[in-house]
Design a protein around this ligand. Structure first.
Ligand SMILES: Cc1cc2nc3c(=O)[nH]c(=O)nc-3n(C[C@H](O)[C@H](O)[C@H](O)COP(=O)(O)OP(=O)(O)OC[C@H]3O[C@@H](n4cnc5c(N)ncnc54)[C@H](O)[C@@H]3O)c2cc1C
Length: 476
């Protein structure tokens, strides 16, 4: 009888296109394991919204495994190496397989674990389930990693995924299961149920991911290129949390797009390029492990941030800045755990440029409140919007949130959905209610100052101050 193989699942919470699971299943009995070790994630253990997602994702994965006469063994631990050693001793496993992660703390831990398990005489191997291509596989012709998206994507687009997606393997049966803990014992769900609004929006788990992809390809891929920037239209895929938790992998997304009737169209290529941004973020993080905290453009370490900005930060977090499109985005985030990409850029620009609050504080808030919070994508996004990252928006391109609202939410539908107190304002005033004539406010039943705040910052003045601050570091 072959010795069992431990498959250490992390952010690859799926059965299809899971190379570690596939390789294990071809050898003999498989014991799928999830270890909850938040102290090993450096300063980035899952935030509140991600914990909600993880709880449900583990539930779904456990149920799928039970349907296949298998189980998900869950253990809490302070040290994953010790937990794996213990499991190997208890089960007689001779092999441990997992799929790779690319956060600096995970890389260091996994290297240490691989070496130690091999020294113990076990077979330890890791696989790629998370990316189309490993960060070290996409190289410049002259060698070295990329700092600009366009040449990176050109290269990756040509290379394509490293393989076709794998099917769900048949899991050989197994009788002697080690003990595990209940998902509820991980205490992932926040004590205060602020996540109630997430429930109607999301179906965590592999089936939910596949359904979302199928619906997107059927209903929204056509027109994606033109509509993806309009937050009132439900026009993007909503796959980001599923991709983050590995409930679906990019190879599967790629293969489904290429098999669809729109393969090769402008819309399909635009969508694949967005998936390419996710690859680029992982590439950047792998080659620049300081990215979550340090600006890639080091001049920004000396940026003169605003002092005493705590009240402004709080107003921003709670969607009470008095700038409608910003408040709509921040409330969408709080209610649903997600925010439209265009609006992420608008709220980020207001925070880091008009309010001159360090991008790391916005990054931390997103980390706690996004269901798709992802170290690579989040830190790249914040550095991009601040203007201090690789291939970032130039610092002097400061978004005007009123113009952005007028352009990308021309009828004000997005604002009306999330800021209902402005619901009766006509479109011409909805993005700057402070300029609406008294009669329009009266007709809309809106008292500025009591029903809805005036803007916490003068957009024109603060724009100039941001440009002045930039001048100070520009040549530094
Ligand atoms: C300040 C800021 C912070 C962000 N933080 C995160 C984060 O923590 N996690 C996260 O997944 N995305 C983040 N993004 C990127 C982007 O906003 C989301 O990936 C996107 O809104 C997810 O929605 P979707 O799945 O419908 O995207 P779609 O438009 O359907 O795109 C498909 C997939 O491509 C990837 N993708 C799309 N745009 C980007 C992008 N700009 N950067 C990286 N990947 C992208 C995502 O995996 C997404 O699911 C951030 C962007 C900004 C500006």
């Amino acid at each position: 009888m072959a010795r069992p193989c431990l498959v250490w699942l992390r952010r690859d919470l799926r059965l299809a296109d899971n190379p570690a699971l596939h390789a294990a299943a071809s050898r003999g009995p498989v014991i799928p394991v999830y270890l909850h070790a938040p102290t090993e994630q450096d300063d980035w253990p899952e935030g509140g919204a991600s914990r909600w997602w993880l709880h449900h994702s583990l539930e779904r994965l456990g149920a799928s495994l039970v349907q296949r006469q298998s189980q998900l063994i869950i253990r809490r631990c302070g040290d994953s190496l010790e937990a794996l050693r213990e499991l190997a001793r208890e089960t007689g496993a001779g092999t441990v397989y997992w799929n790779r992660l690319y956060e600096p703390a995970a890389i260091a831990r996994d290297r240490r674990i691989k070496t130690a398990l091999r020294e113990d005489g076990l077979e330890a191997a890791s696989f790629n389930a998370r990316l189309l291509r490993e960060p070290w596989e996409v190289r410049k012709q002259e060698g070295g990693s990329y700092r600009a998206f366009t040449p990176f994507w050109r290269n990756l687009r040509k290379l394509g995924p490293d393989s076709a997606p794998l099917d769900v393997p048949r899991l050989p049966t197994h009788d002697h299961w080690p003990t595990g803990e209940a998902i509820a014992d991980l205490d992932l769900l926040p004590a205060i149920p602020w996540y109630r609004g997430f429930e109607p929006c999301w179906t965590p788990g592999e089936d939910g991911a596949q359904q979302r992809l199928d619906a997107f390809l059927r209903e929204r891929l056509s027109g994606y290129g033109g509509q993806r920037d309009l937050p009132a239209c439900d026009s993007t895929s909503g796959l980001s949390p599923h991709l983050h938790f590995g409930e679906i992998g990019p190879r599967q997304v790629w293969a489904s797009v290429q098999a669809s009737r729109l393969a090769g169209s402008g819309d399909a290529e635009k969508f694949l390029a967005e998936v390419g941004w996710r690859e680029f973020a992982h590439h950047l993080l792998y080659h620049n492990p300081g990215m979550p905290t340090q600006p890639l453009d080091r001049r920004f370490e000396d940026f003169p941030w605003a002092r005493d900005a705590d009240d402004a930060l709080e107003a921003w977090q709670h969607g009470r800045t008095g700038i409608p499109i910003v408040d709509a985005g921040m409330r969408q985030l709080w209610e649903t755990g997600w925010m439209h990409n265009r609006v992420r850029m608008i709220v980020g620009s207001l925070l880091t440029k008009n309010l001159r609050i360090p991008w790391q504080r916005g990054e931390a808030w997103f980390w706690d409140t996004l269901v798709d919070a992802d170290l690579a994508n989040n830190s790249m996004g914040w550095q991009w919007i601040q203007g201090c990252g690789a291939d970032a928006a130039p610092y002097f391109r400061i978004f005007n949130p009123v113009r952005q609202g007028e352009r990308f939410d021309p009828d004000g539908d997005y604002v009306r959905r999330w800021v209902p107190e402005l619901g009766k304002l006509p479109a011409e005033h909805i993005h700057q209610p402070w300029k609406a004539p008294g009669s329009a406010l009266e007709q809309a039943g809106l008292r500025l100052g009591s029903d809805y705040p005036p803007p916490i910052v003068d957009l024109k003045e603060s724009r100039q101050q941001a440009l002045d601050a930039y001048q100070q570091i520009k040549n530094g």
